[in-house]
Design a protein around this ligand. Structure first.
Ligand code: PMP
Length: 413
């Protein structure tokens, strides 16, 4: 049944997103269903960046002049907001990075380099994004440890019995995505972390899709590391965060070498700065971090439980309508087990062609392997078309997607 409303005042939210007012061609309004790739940004984020450059711009941490102090304050305030947003015990546990990919590479190249070696096991899952797979493959080739994978069933859920069994192999690290960017599957992060800890493993959670879309509390999950990107949660590109438990961050060697990450340097060597600065070599994305702080404020004002509730209504309706389209196959579990992501195939139509026809009616979706080739291999398909929803999507935009898909059906017979 078509819902009439969700918990969010979407019309009011949309007022903050000028891009959503545009047409993709004359008379064809944009329906943006590609937020799993990157979200749109509200004017509040653009204004925060604009104001930073207009009034406060300077390099941070080393200056004593007024602007340098203001810029440092704005950058560190953003760190504090992000820490609160994910329930970190201290802002020191938030390392600014470029994105989820860099956050995971940081863990692999610092924690991994000193804690992993021949004979060790790192346990991942078959549903990982390449960014939580390739860094470990690269490191495994160098250090000689073994990668193992929790299998995914045909519904797109992890096989928890297999997980239990694989934990018996004594992995040093367990890494899994909190929410799949293909099937939308939400993995039971707290339960999986407790099981991994009981087996003696350190836990890294890929929060690229969960942090923007649902309440995520690192203390409730008890994660050791959580990686996420600003650009998927209304923030700018070029900035993201790695949460790391403080004692782990303190024990890790630095990642990149250079300015800001040091305490003292001589020609003979260096000593490292305290956390998190030890991991922030060079001038960071200052204005972008400030923009991410504004994005966190925007999301916090709405409330992450409300964001998730809205998306549950959207995905339940989207799945119901998608099921009506003859021949269409949607991947992933029931709506209550997933986020607002629907990936599908249509017999006889290539995912890219589907996306192109949808684009002609203004509906922006993504087609391809979504940087999760192993998961597509598991499903025996080369690619899918993916529609994903966020706080600014209206219920009637699901109908636009479905109308577009009937057009695809007409075209391909
Ligand atoms: N993990 C997941 C689950 C993702 O969806 C993405 C982005 N598609 C990433 C990691 C990588 O994020 P980024 O490209 O911002 O580093």
């Amino acid at each position: 049944m078509k819902p009439t409303t969700t918990v969010l005042d979407v019309a009011r939210i949309r007022e903050s997103f000028p891009i959503l007012q545009r047409e993709v061609s004359p008379g064809v309004p944009l329906v943006y269903l590609d937020s799993a790739a990157t979200s749109q940004r509200p004017v509040q984020v653009m204004q925060a960046i604009d104001e930073f450059y207009r009034k406060h711009n300077a390099n941070i941490h080393r200056g004593v002049h007024r602007l340098a102090e203001e810029a440092t304050e704005a950058y560190e305030a953003a760190r504090g907001r992000i820490a609160d947003f994910i329930g970190a015990a201290s802002p020191r546990e938030i390392v600014f990075v470029r994105n989820t990919t860099e956050a995971i590479n940081l863990v692999a190249r610092t924690w991994g380099e000193v804690n992993l070696g021949a004979g060790d096991v790192v346990l991942l899952t078959e549903m990982e994004h390449h960014s939580n797979l390739v860094p470990w493959q690269m490191l495994a080739a160098k250090l000689g440890f073994r990668l193992e994978f929790v299998p995914v069933d045909e519904q797109g859920l992890l096989d928890m019995d297999a997980y239990k069994e694989l934990l018996g192999h004594g992995p040093k690290l367990v890494g899994f995505t909190h929410m799949s960017n293909v099937t939308g599957t939400i993995n039971p992060a707290a339960e999986m972390t407790a099981m991994a800890h009981a087996a003696g493993a350190v836990v890294l959670v890929d929060g690229a899709q969960s942090v923007p879309h649902m309440p995520v509390d690192v203390q409730q999950i008890d994660a050791d590391f959580l990686a996420f990107s600003g650009h998927k949660m209304l923030g700018p590109t070029g900035v993201g965060a790695l949460y790391g438990r403080q004692e782990l961050l303190e024990a890790m060697p630095p990642f990149l070498g250079g300015g800001d990450m040091i305490k003292r340097v001589s020609l003979e060597g260096f000593s490292t700065n305290e956390v998190p600065y030890k991991f922030e070599a060079g001038t960071p994305a200052i204005a972008e971090a400030v923009g991410l702080g504004a994005a966190v404020d925007f999301l916090s004002e709405i409330g992450m439980a409300a964001v998730h509730a809205h998306e549950q209504v959207m995905i339940a309706y989207a799945l119901e309508r998608l099921e009506e389209v003859p021949g269409l196959r949607v991947f992933g579990p029931a709506p209550e087990l997933k986020g607002a992501v629907a990936s599908f195939t249509f017999p006889g139509a290539h995912p890219h062609d589907i996306a192109q026809i949808l684009d002609s009616v203004g509906v922006a979706v993504r087609a391809g392997h979504h940087c999760a080739m192993p998961l597509h291999q598991k499903f025996n398909i080369p690619a899918t078309t993916r529609a994903s929803f966020y706080i600014y999507n209206r219920i009637d935009e699901v109908d636009r997607l479905i109308e577009g898909l009937y057009k695809v059906r007409e075209y391909f017979g």
